[in-house]
Design a protein around this ligand. Structure first.
Ligand SMILES: NC(=O)c1ccc[n+]([C@@H]2O[C@H](COP(=O)([O-])OP(=O)(O)OC[C@H]3O[C@@H](n4cnc5c(N)ncnc54)[C@H](O)[C@@H]3O)[C@@H](O)[C@H]2O)c1
Length: 462
């Protein structure tokens, strides 16, 4: 089974005091899902857990708890369910529900600090609390599909994303299953990080494939060549190691080869780690335009190892910084790579097919695409996004100096050509153009009059 929560419940397990109730509610709000706290629901239906324990014993309580977990998982659309600290002992139950199981890990001192003095029957005595913690910890790990410590951690886990410095060396354990693997990277990345990836994947590697570096990879002939080289059967997995060009192309090959084989994304650029590697959009360019042929095909896992960024050129880092700054603006707060990845992951889980909130990620991109097209695609995407963000901020009534770190510089392109490209990208409705902008309470999609949009575009051109 895939290691993400698309269309599945998320069961949070962990010891008393791990924060299942608090984080569960926050995760549910982030993913726009219902939240069920099993302990609380049991108390509402049967009275205080303390009394249940005293009157009917722990076993009876566990049976009620298990019934409730089953009931909630069969009854509702994908939800977040905080499962009582002991339900994990009924391991089959969690498998039966089909839920993605995330272990919320906590150290025992923190857990004790949080629960001591609370009216929980199993938190009455410290030594017993600590002993029980030791007994349960391995059980939680055994049932869990992923381990997390905080809200971003559970969000990443829900999207099947593993973030760890040095994770490349553990790739063999992180690629789900035990079938054969096809490793795909562009020639530059293969030269730099390929040997370590190969060592980590070991004997499971069945074939190795090199793509041309950069956007050159995103061509039908490159995909055709890959199809012809691949020998995997459906039990195999394609591992894509590289930037967005590699994950888009290899992900598309995985979506189409044998009508779909699983794939794992290992993004090696900043663009890839905060954006392209996440959310399952794969695709290639066609003569009529960028990304016009593709498929939604979620990677069965995404492995983010920020150490891989150390070999990235300053130019490529800049491209990623523009997307990172965009995500910070959307979130309304400062974000590092991990938090930005979690932000995108949450939007993609809410809207996997890009019909609603995921479109927020296009902040500034309407203008960026227009400038890129007018420049004959000779303008780096990140530089175009930086300019697009200037226009989006102005139209949102915000100060574009928020973007000083990107140092956006107006470009010399033909104004009419840029405007025509923008109109091709965005249909006008009643003389207005819908844009992603920043409202008082976060991102919004709002119409702006065509002449106002054109004036905003013109300010980006010298
Ligand atoms: N699918 C999505 O959701 C999505 C989102 C954003 C962007 N994209 C796509 O991503 C593509 C751009 O991807 P990108 O910006 O990651 O660049 P890229 O994949 O084109 O790579 C750029 C260059 O960096 C090199 N490189 C990659 N990792 C390196 C490393 N660790 N060290 C040294 N060099 C390295 C590559 O060899 C290449 O020459 C575009 O085609 C865009 O359409 C897709």
């Amino acid at each position: 089974m895939a290691l993400n929560a698309l269309g599945r419940h998320i069961a949070l397990v962990g010891y008393m005091g791990a924060g299942k109730t608090t984080l569960g509610a926050q995760l549910a709000a982030r993913l726009d899902r219902p939240f069920y706290d099993v302990d609380r629901e049991v108390e509402e239906a049967h009275g205080a857990i303390w009394d249940l324990f005293a009157e009917r014993g722990e076993e009876a309580f566990r049976a009620i708890e298990a019934d409730f977990v089953r009931d909630v998982c069969h009854r509702t659309s994908p939800a977040v369910v905080a499962v009582g600290g002991g339900a994990v002992e009924t391991r089959g139950l969690l498998r039966e529900t089909g839920a993605l199981c995330v272990f919320l890990d906590v150290d025992v001192d923190t857990a004790w600090q949080r629960v001591q003095g609370s009216p929980r029957p199993l938190a009455a005595e410290e030594t017993e609390f600590r002993n029980r913690f030791e007994r349960r910890a391995p059980l939680y790990r055994e049932v869990a599909d992923a381990v997390a410590h905080d809200l971003d951690g559970v969000t990443l886990a829900a999207a099947g994303i593993h973030h760890e410095l040095g994770a490349l060396d553990r790739l063999g354990e992180l690629v789900p299953g035990d079938g054969p693997l096809a490793l795909v990277a562009d020639s530059t990345v293969m030269g730099i990080h390929g040997p370590r990836a190969q060592e980590a994947l070991g004997d499971r590697i069945e074939s190795i494939h090199e793509l041309p570096p950069g956007e050159e990879a995103k061509q039908l002939r490159v995909v055709e060549h890959l199809w012809s080289e691949l020998t995997l059967d459906r039990g195999g997995t394609l591992v894509a190691l590289g930037g967005g060009s590699v994950t888009d192309t290899a992900g598309f090959a995985a979506a189409t080869y044998l009508r779909g084989v699983p794939w794992v994304a290992v993004p090696t650029t900043l663009v890839g780690q905060v954006d392209a590697g996440i959310g399952g959009k794969t695709g290639i360019d066609v003569p009529q335009g960028k990304n016009l042929a593709g498929a939604f095909h979620w990677p069965s896992r995404v492995v983010i190892d920020e150490a891989l960024l150390e070999t990235l050129s300053e130019r490529e880092r800049r491209q990623g910084l523009a997307e990172l700054v965009k995500t910070r603006l959307l979130a309304g707060t400062d974000l590092d790579v991990r938090a930005a990845a979690a932000y995108k992951a949450a939007l993609c889980l809410r809207d996997p097919h890009d019909r609603g909130v995921r479109q927020w990620l296009n902040l500034g991109h309407t203008f960026a695409h227009a400038l890129e097209a007018a420049a004959g695609f000779d303008l780096p995407h990140g530089d175009a996004v930086a300019l697009g963000l200037v226009a989006a901020l102005r139209l949102s009534g915000r100060d574009p100096s928020l973007l000083d770190e990107l140092d956006p510089q107006p470009v010399a392109v033909d104004r009419d050509r840029a405007w025509e490209a923008l109109l091709r990208d965005k249909k006008r409705t009643g003389g207005a153009i819908n844009l992603v902008l920043l409202g008082d309470d976060g991102p919004v999609v709002e119409p702006r009059p065509s002449d106002v949009v054109r004036a905003a575009l013109d300010t980006l051109i010298r």
